[in-house]
Design a protein around this ligand. Sequence first.
Ligand code: FES
Length: 107
Amino acid sequence: MAESGFEKVAETSELSPGEMKSVQLSQEELCLANVDGNFYAIENSCSHMGGPLASGELDGEQVECPLHGAIFNVVTGEVQNPPARDGVQAREVRISGNDILVGPPKP
Ligand code: FES
């Protein structure tokens, strides 16, 4: 079912708008987010000290780390507020029927 390079990580019904959850893709843990019905995936580990981003707060496209409050854009992975200085990797996401598929890193 999965398109080449894309793997199912969850179903769309598992995540309401404004919600996040951590999902496993091979060896990697990702933070999956539903922003107004669009799904995005970034690394779950904060670039500051590894805080679990999916346990933080989602406000629009902004994810706030639960440990020290760094903010990342969930679409691009860019850091928008310290103490983190570096962004996190964002992944391509596709929807196939009810399946959420995550693929390679965004360029
Ligand atoms: S671990 Fe995320 S802000 Fe410190």
